[in-house]
Write a protein that binds this ligand. Structure first.
Ligand code: BEZ
Length: 402
C-alpha cells in the first residue's frame, strides 16, 4: 500500500502482491540525495484542441486531481507538469515527444489520445530506457503488442479489447448483418476489425465497411448509402466532437429508430449531454459505466465534479489511474526517479483494487486486464446493463518483452 496515499486507496504492486506490502516500502534510496528536492517532471502530450480536446482535458484534469489528493507530491517530491497540445497531429508527434524527452528531460511521459501518435511515441520511447511512458487513452494494439517495451505502460485499453465484445453483443441481440463506419486510422481500423471478428464468430456478416479520413465529419453520403443497404445494425467508432456530430446526423437521417447503432463505448462517452436525444438508448461496450456501484467510483465522481464542474467519464478514469500508477511507483522508490528498474518492477503486475472502473491489473504486456461492460445511455448517463467480458486480456500479439 502506498505510503503517500492520503486517500487510503488500495493498490498492490507486483512485489506487494507476492511478498507482502513491506517489500514495496523497504527500498533504501542511495543515488539521488541531491536531486531529491527537485520536482518530478511529468511530460504530457495530449490534445487540447480539435475533435479530441474533451478527451485530453478529461485525462489531464483527473490525473492532476489524483496527485493533488495525494498532497501534490509523488514519493515525497513536488510534481511539475510540462504539457504540449498534440493537436492530434501524427506528423508533429516525433518532434513533440522528443521535445519533452530531450529538452524538458521528463521523468514520465503521459500520452497520447490518438493511436497514430501512440505508435510514433512508442517507437521513440521503446528504444530508450527512460522516460517511463504511460498511455492514458490511445488504444493502438501495437503499443502493447509489437511495439511493447519495458518502459511503456497503458492505463486505458487496447482497440481490440474495447471493440471485440461489441460485435458479440450485436449478434446476441439478434442481428445478422451490419455495416461498419469509422475514421481511417489505427483506432478506427483496429476497432472495426475486432467488432467484425466477434460478429463473424457469432454468425454475423458485415455488408459494408466505410472509412472516412480523420477527423472528417461529412457523414451524409455514407448515411444515405447505409439507408439503402438496410443492414440489421451499424457498428461505429467515433469519439469526442466527431461522435456528437455522427450521432446527431444519424438521428437526423431517420436511422436511429430503424437501424440500431452499436460500437465501442467511445461513440457515446462524454458526449451524452451534447448529443442529447440522439444518444439516448444506444448500447455500447466499454471498461466503464457512470453508475458502477463501488465506493471508489462514487468518491471519484464527486471529487471530479467538485474540482472541474464536469461529469467524470472513461477518459478521466484513465487519467486518474495514470496518476495512481505513478504515485504508487514513486512511493515504492521513495521518489528516486533514477531507479528505473524498480519503478518498472513496481508498475508491472500492479493490481488496482480501488479504480473507479472496478478491479483491474496490469498484463505482462503492460495493458489493463479488465471487465468490459455493456452500457446504455439513459437520462444523459451511461447506465450499466451487465458485464460483456469479465477480466478481458488483450492478446498482445507480437509482444516479446512481456
Ligand atoms: C485512439 O485513437 O486510440 C482513440 C481515440 C479516441 C478514443 C478512443 C481511442
Amino acid at each position: 500500500m502506498s505510503k503517500s496515499n492520503t486517500t487510503r486507496r488500495r493498490f498492490l504492486t507486483g512485489a506487494a502482491a507476492t511478498v507482502g506490502a513491506a517489500a514495496a516500502t523497504s527500498f533504501i534510496p542511495t543515488r539521488f540525495a541531491i536531486a531529491a528536492k527537485a520536482p518530478v517532471r511529468v511530460g504530457i502530450l495530449l490534445p487540447y484542441s480539435g475533435t479530441y480536446a474533451m478527451l485530453g482535458n478529461s485525462i489531464t484534469d483527473a490525473m492532476k486531481l489524483r496527485i493533488a489528493q495525494a498532497g501534490g507530491v509523488m514519493g515525497g517530491r513536488a510534481v511539475e507538469y510540462i504539457a504540449i497540445d498534440s493537436e492530434m497531429s501524427v506528423p508533429k508527434a516525433a518532434q513533440n515527444a522528443n521535445k519533452l524527452i530531450s529538452k524538458e528531460n521528463v521523468d514520465f511521459l503521459v500520452g497520447p489520445v490518438h493511436s497514430g501518435i501512440a505508435a510514433v511515441m512508442a517507437k521513440i520511447v521503446g528504444q530508450r530506457k527512460t522516460p517511463i511512458m504511460i498511455v492514458p487513452n490511445a488504444g493502438s494494439n501495437d503499443v502493447t503488442g509489437g511495439l511493447c517495451a519495458p518502459n511503456i505502460f497503458r492505463t486505458s485499453f487496447s482497440n481490440w479489447q474495447a471493440a471485440y465484445p461489441g460485435g458479440t453483443l450485436m449478434a446476441k441481440e439478434g442481428h445478422k448483418t451490419c455495416a461498419t463506419i469509422s475514421w481511417k486510422y489505427g483506432a478506427g481500423i483496429q476497432m472495426m476489425a475486432a467488432g467484425r471478428e466477434s460478429f463473424a464468430k457469432a454468425g454475423g456478416k458485415s455488408v459494408k465497411d466505410i472509412l472516412l479520413p480523420f477527423p472528417n465529419v461529412e457523414f451524409q453520403a455514407h448515411l444515405s448509402e447505409i439507408a439503402e443497404l438496410k443492414p440489421d445494425a451499424v457498428f461505429a467508432f467515433f469519439s469526442g466532437g466527431g461522435a456528437t456530430k455522427f450521432l446527431k446526423d444519424y438521428a437526423a437521417a431517420g436511422l436511429k429508430d430503424k437501424i440500431p447503432l452499436y460500437g465501442p463505448g467511445f461513440l457515446t462517452e462524454g458526449v451524452e449531454k451534447a448529443a442529447g436525444a440522439a444518444a439516448e438508448g444506444i448500447k455500447t461496450t466499454l471498461h466503464y459505466a457512470s453508475n458502477l456501484d463501488n465506493p471508489a467510483n462514487k468518491a471519484f465522481r464527486a471529487a471530479y465534479k467538485t474540482s472541474t464542474g464536469n461529469d467524470a467519464n472513461v477518459f478521466s478514469v484513465q487519467g486518474y489511474d495514470a496518476g495512481s500508477l505513478m504515485l504508487q511507483a514513486m512511493a515504492a522508490v521513495n521518489g528516486d526517479t533514477g531507479a528505473t528498474a524498480d519503478i518498472i518492477a513496481s508498475m508491472e503486475g500492479s493490481v488496482f483494487l480501488d479504480s473507479p472502473r472496478g478491479v483491474w491489473r496490469m498484463s505482462k504486456a503492460h495493458n489493463p486486464i479488465q471487465d468490459i461492460y455493456v452500457r446504455q445511455v439513459a437520462g444523459g448517463e451511461q447506465k450499466l446493463l451487465g458485464v460483456a467480458a469479465p477480466a478481458l486480456e488483450d492478446p498482445a500479439t507480437g509482444c516479446k518483452a512481456g
